[in-house]
Design a binder for this molecule. Sequence first.
Ligand code: AMP
Length: 197
Amino acid sequence: MKLILLGPPGAGKGTQAKLIEEAKGCVQLSTGDMLRAAVAAGTEIGQRADVIMARGELVPDEIVVSIISDRIDEPDCANGFILDGFPRNVAQAEALDKMLQSKGMQLDAVVELGVDDKILVSRIEKRAAETDGGPRADDNVEALKRRLEVYHKQTAPLIGYYSDKGILKTVDGMAEIDVVSREIATVLETEGTRGIP
Ligand code: AMP
């Protein structure tokens, strides 16, 4: 299964991606995690991304598109993958369409986790307080505000983009984790989703 999890920062994409990974055996591909690993390793990409991420802005499209393209070619993605945090704007979505086409692949579904902005702020504050080894550089109220603005302006248009393609599924992301997870499983079994085994 090839899936996109779409939703604002703190919507639970990472949590749900891990649950789908366990249930379906497809790999979670989080551009945020990959970029944070690059920052921690001090690679050239990491050095470019570091300041941008701390501000809550998007790193350049060509960086994330090439990271994802290389990652999808790894053997563990043969069973399918869950894109978590990618694409983040229409240009990335178009690049993904081209990339998948050139690899002879197609998306099965896009699952949108719908969450209220006020709930997101309190979730991120909680995550910042609970994270081992200190909070993420971008888990603070100012960066979060910027990330939410960026989400509404640049990422939310993807809802229409994938709805037009007939593969968008929307789930209430404000429910408990296991309720959301069951709802995702249900929508992935319903009609309109391409080729779910
Ligand atoms: P995330 O862990 O998905 O919330 O991502 C954390 C940060 O990494 C974002 O605020 C961006 O700065 C950067 N990032 C992650 N994914 C992307 C992407 N697809 N395009 C551009 N920037 C990204």
